[in-house]
Design a binder for this molecule. Structure first.
Ligand SMILES: Cc1cc2nc3c(=O)[nH]c(=O)nc-3n(C[C@H](O)[C@H](O)[C@H](O)COP(=O)(O)OP(=O)(O)OC[C@H]3O[C@@H](n4cnc5c(N)ncnc54)[C@H](O)[C@@H]3O)c2cc1C
Length: 459
């Protein structure tokens, strides 16, 4: 008598697809294939499939539908946390085998295959003097980032990255590959730009690039004891900045580790990093109020735009993490005090980083023809993250992150930026009411049976 469950039997129908790169529970490759970038998230899908072409994606979507399974696209697994406990009846479609970049330098457009990471785009664009609207991490994928909006170092001057999408190739839940843009399948094109991954599996995306070869950028670092003074100064500083400056401030608490450089190992520090699209003289004048606080390290200067993927020193490769996030309307002195008290030195926090990113400028306005996420509804994004090497550490980091988010409550309205939201249920708090209603309508039309499992469900 067979000991296979009905789900196992259904998943068995996928064997042989993707050139054999399909892994079922019990297969030798299953465990390696299901582990996301955030390795603390334990995903147990019915199968893992690793497509190498758009046709492979079509085949998997059709086979999953026939077998009664759902489909969960994943490029890197940076945002795997909201999928926990939701993929047992799904094929995890890992897109890391579907990668590649081609640059049309004349049109300033990159065509990027579905699972490509930003670092690959940046390296392909730089020889043409072009820069991309990537975020702080080199190994976040273009697709997941852009579907969730995309907050880049050029955000205050150029808005969300999803406004710079030219076209998207997507396999919808009926197993059909479509190319959507401003004049073809307008509703779907609108939804994909900021509405998340619930509308289809993206096999390629075309994004506009910026004619930026270099910028004035760097970081300043102070000892943790200066957390309050520096955060107050940074909050005041951001109120007067032109849109050419995008910056972040972090309170960082590092464990003592030989892998870390001595200036970070076992220390609490305050780090401010920024990109200034200004000439060097103007940039120096703009930075002076923070330089007056005598940072112990100051790396600002003219740098090639392709170095910006590593400005923030985000961890690369698999990382166990847990965190929390909220958008903040303003940072008056009482809000700064609450932020530092919740996550700064002396707070007893387990968090590795308590971060504030300066928004506003073009991030605060919806441009004509915008997609589902037109702008971010806050002047700052607060983001808290801890290392989740064990489930206990993960629970402690999540609790400390929630406490820090709660501390900022008087200055927030519970609104979120999809890309920073660790919980799947938060998406209604990211969009305007009428945009949320339209997203639900588009989802019901392109995926009537709810085949797709996205990190942030719309339905
Ligand atoms: C260290 C770190 C730094 C970050 N920095 C920034 C930043 O500076 N700015 C910013 O905006 N965000 C940032 N993020 C958030 C990041 O953009 C989101 O986590 C994003 O969802 C990651 O996309 P991904 O494809 O790499 O991750 P995944 O977990 O693979 O994907 C997330 C979701 O996107 C959808 N998706 C992914 N690929 C596809 C596809 N091919 N087709 C259809 N749907 C797909 C799915 O719904 C999936 O659940 C950061 C995250 C981390 C962990």
């Amino acid at each position: 008598m067979s000991t296979l469950s009905p789900t196992d039997r259904a998943a068995d129908a996928l064997r042989g697809l993707c050139g054999g790169d399909v892994h079922l529970p019990g297969d030798p490759g299953y465990d390696a294939a299901r582990i996301p970038w955030n390795v603390s998230v334990d995903l147990r899908p019915a199968a893992v499939a690793v497509p190498r072409s758009a046709q492979d994606v079509v085949d998997v979507v059709r086979a999953a539908r026939r077998a009664g399974l759902r489909v969960a696209p994943m490029s890197t697994g940076h945002a795997a946390a909201p999928l926990a406990g939701r993929v047992e009846d799904a094929v995890l479609l890992r897109l890391h085998g579907l990668t590649g970049v081609s640059i049309d330098a004349e049109r300033r457009v990159a065509r990027v295959l579905g699972g490509t990471i930003w670092q690959d785009v940046v390296e392909a664009a730089a020889p043409h003097g072009l820069a991309a609207l990537h975020g702080s991490s080199p190994d976040v994928a273009v697709t997941g980032y852009t579907l969730g909006g995309g907050l880049s170092w050029f955000g205050r001057s150029h808005g969300l990255a999803c406004h710079h999408v030219v076209a998207i190739e997507v396999v919808t839940s009926d197993g059909v590959l479509r190319r959507v843009d401003a004049t073809h399948d307008e509703d779907l094109f609108w939804a994909l730009r900021g509405g998340g991954g619930g509308f289809g599996v993206v096999t390629a995306i075309e994004v506009a690039l910026l004619a930026v070869a270099d910028v004035h950028a760097g970081l300043m670092l102070w000892p943790g004891q200066m957390a309050s003074e520096v955060t107050h100064a940074w909050a005041r500083w951001t109120r007067r900045l032109p849109v050419t400056v995008t910056s972040s401030l972090r309170l960082l608490s590092f464990p003592a580790m030989p892998e870390l450089p001595p200036f970070l190992s076992g220390r609490q520090v305050v780090v401010m990093d920024a990109v200034l699209q200004e000439d060097d003289h103007s940039a120096r004048l703009l930075l002076q109020p923070l330089r007056d606080l005598a940072p112990e390290m100051d790396t600002f200067g003219r740098v090639p735009a392709d170095s910006l993927t590593r400005l923030h020193m985000d961890p690369e490769g698999p990382t166990p993490s847990a965190g929390g996030h909220v958008l903040v309307d303003s940072l008056p002195p009482a809000a700064v005090d609450a932020f530092v008290a919740a996550a700064g030195p002396g707070s007893g926090t387990s968090l590795l980083a308590a971060e504030l990113r300066h928004l506003g400028g073009a991030l605060g306005r919806s441009p004509r023809g915008a997609g589902a996420l037109g702008h971010l509804r806050g002047e700052y994004a607060a983001f808290f993250v801890g290392i989740a090497a064990t489930p206990e550490m993960g629970a402690e980091a999540a609790a400390d992150a929630s406490r820090a988010v709660a501390a900022l409550e008087p200055w927030s309205r519970g609104r979120v930026f999809p890309n920073f939201a660790e919980e799947g249920t938060l998406l209604p708090h990211a969009h305007r009411r009428r945009d949320w209603a339209r997203l639900r309508k588009v989802a019901a039309s392109v995926d009537p049976d709810g085949l797709l499992v996205a990190n942030h469900p719309v339905r």
